[in-house]
Design a protein around this ligand. Structure first.
Ligand SMILES: NC(=O)c1ccc[n+]([C@@H]2O[C@H](COP(=O)([O-])OP(=O)(O)OC[C@H]3O[C@@H](n4cnc5c(N)ncnc54)[C@H](O)[C@@H]3O)[C@@H](O)[C@H]2O)c1
Length: 348
C-alpha cells in the first residue's frame, strides 16, 4: 500500500534554487511546506507565489512543526544549519556541496547516524534521466574503452558570494562522472583563475584520474563565459557519446564515429596521415524526461516516510567534498593531489 501520510518540510532559503524546491514540493497534495528565509522580502515573495504557505525567519522557529528540512542556503551556511536540524532529529536534504570542508561533512554524517535520521545530498543530476541513459550507454560497453571524458559547465554568472566556481559548479560534474564510471576520482589537478572581483576564482579546469576505468576526465567550469554550456562528452575507442543538458529532445547522442590507425604497406605511405576516420550513424535514444529536481525531492519524501537509504546519502556528499578539498590542495601545490579518505559509497 502506498504511504501518503502528510509530510511537512521546511525549505530553508527561498532564493534561486530554494524557490524551485518549493514549487515542486507544493505541487504534491501530501506535502506541506514552510519557507524559512532570513530575508523578509524573500518570505513575502514565497507567500505571494504560494498562497497559504507557512513562513519563518529562522530554522529554529520552524523545527517544532516540520518532519524534514531542505537546505538551499549558501554553501558556507550548510554545516551549521544541518547540524541544528539533525540534533532536532529532523531528516535533512542539503543542497550541494554538502559542506565547505570534509571535517564538517563528516560531522554531519556522524550526527545523522546518531540521531537515526536521513541525511541526503542534493546531487540533482543523479536524478536526471539523461544522465541515467548515458550511464547505461557507458556501462553497456557500446563506446568501447573510455579514452577520456570532457565536461563543460559554463555561463555568464551566477557569481556566488561565499565559494569559488569549483565549489559551486564542479560538484555537479564530479557527481555525474563518478556516477557514470561507478568510481570516484583518485587524483586531481586544477588550474583556476580569478578574473572579476578580488575573492574567488571564476574559471577553472579540473583534471581527474579514475583508476579502475584507467581514464582521465577534464572538467571546465566558468561563471565568465558568453555561452551557456552544460555538456559531457565521453570518447570511447569504438563510439562517442554526448550529453547536452540544454537540448530539448536529443539530450544524449551516440556517435558511431572514431579514428583507426592505418597500416603502412610501403615506404610511400609513410608521409600520409597515419589514421583513417569512421563516421556512421548518430543515434539519440528516447528518454522519458521528468524534472530531475521533482524526482529528487519525491525520493527524499519517500525516504522520510519509509526510512529507506537515499540514492545520494550524506556519505556521497562527503566523498564529493573530499574531491573538492583535493582540488583546493592541488591548486595550492600546483601539482596532482590524491583524493584521500573516500567513503566509496556506490553511486545510486
Ligand atoms: N542542485 C542544483 O542544481 C543547484 C542549482 C543552484 C543552486 N544550488 C545550491 O542551492 C543553494 C542555494 O543557492 P542559490 O543560488 O539558490 O542561492 P541564493 O543566494 O539565490 O539564495 C539563498 C537564500 O538563502 C537565504 N539565507 C541565507 N542564509 C540563511 C539563513 N541562515 N537562514 C535562512 N535563510 C538564509 C537568503 O536570504 C537567500 O534568499 C547552494 O548550496 C547552491 O549550491 C543547487
Amino acid at each position: 500500500m502506498i504511504d501518503t501520510r502528510p509530510v511537512t518540510v521546511a525549505v530553508v532559503g527561498y532564493g534561486y534554487w530554494g524557490s524551485k524546491h518549493v514549487r515542486v514540493l507544493s505541487g504534491r497534495h501530501d506535502v506541506s511546506v514552510v519557507v524559512v528565509d532570513e530575508s523578509e522580502e524573500r518570505r513575502e515573495a514565497a507567500a505571494t507565489h504560494h498562497r497559504g504557505i507557512g513562513t519563518a525567519s529562522c530554522l529554529a522557529d520552524a523545527l517544532d512543526v516540520v518532519d524534514a528540512v531542505i537546505l538551499a542556503t549558501p554553501p558556507t551556511t550548510h554545516a551549521k544549519l544541518a547540524l541544528t536540524a539533525l540534533h532536532a532529529r529532523k531528516h535533512v536534504l542539503v543542497e550541494k556541496p554538502l559542506a565547505t570542508s570534509a571535517a564538517d561533512a563528516e560531522n554531519l554524517v556522524a550526527q545523522a547516524a546518531e540521531s537515526g535520521v536521513t541525511l541526503m545530498t542534493g546531487h540533482t543530476f543523479e536524478y536526471n534521466s539523461a544522465v541515467a541513459k548515458l550511464k547505461e550507454v557507458v556501462s553497456s560497453g557500446t563506446l568501447g574503452r573510455i579514452l577520456y571524458i570532457d565536461a563543460a559547465r559554463l555561463s555568464l554568472g551566477r557569481y556566488q558570494p561565499d565559494v569559488d566556481v569549483v565549489w559551486d559548479l564542479a560538484p555537479h560534474d564530479i557527481s555525474i562522472l563518478s556516477h557514470l564510471l561507478d568510481e570516484l576520482p583518485s587524483a586531481v589537478s586544477v588550474w583556476k583563475q580569478r578574473n572579476i572581483g578580488d575573492r574567488f576564482a571564476d574559471v577553472a579546469y579540473l583534471r581527474m584520474y579514475f583508476e579502475r576505468a584507467a581514464t582521465h576526465a577534464v572538467v571546465h567550469v566558468s561563471w565568465l563565459d558568453p555561452c551557456k554550456v552544460r555538456r559531457v562528452t565521453v570518447v570511447g575507442d569504438q563510439r562517442m557519446a554526448v550529453y547536452n543538458d540544454l537540448s530539448d529532445n536529443e539530450r544524449v547522442r551516440i556517435y558511431d564515429s572514431g579514428v583507426d590507425i592505418r597500416g603502412f604497406d610501403s615506404e610511400g605511405t609513410a608521409r600520409t596521415m597515419p589514421v583513417t576516420y569512421r563516421s556512421g550513424d548518430i543515434v539519440s535514444p528516447y528518454l522519458y524526461f521528468q524534472e530531475p529536481l521533482q524526482v529528487q525531492d519525491d525520493h527524499f519524501v519517500d525516504c522520510v516516510r519509509t526510512g529507506a537509504r537515499p540514492r545520494t546519502p550524506g556519505e556521497r556528499g562527503l566523498d564529493i567534498v573530499r574531491v573538492l578539498e583535493a582540488a583546493d590542495a592541488a591548486s595550492a601545490s600546483g601539482g596532482v593531489e590524491p583524493v584521500r579518505g573516500l567513503v566509496g559509497v556506490p553511486p545510486g
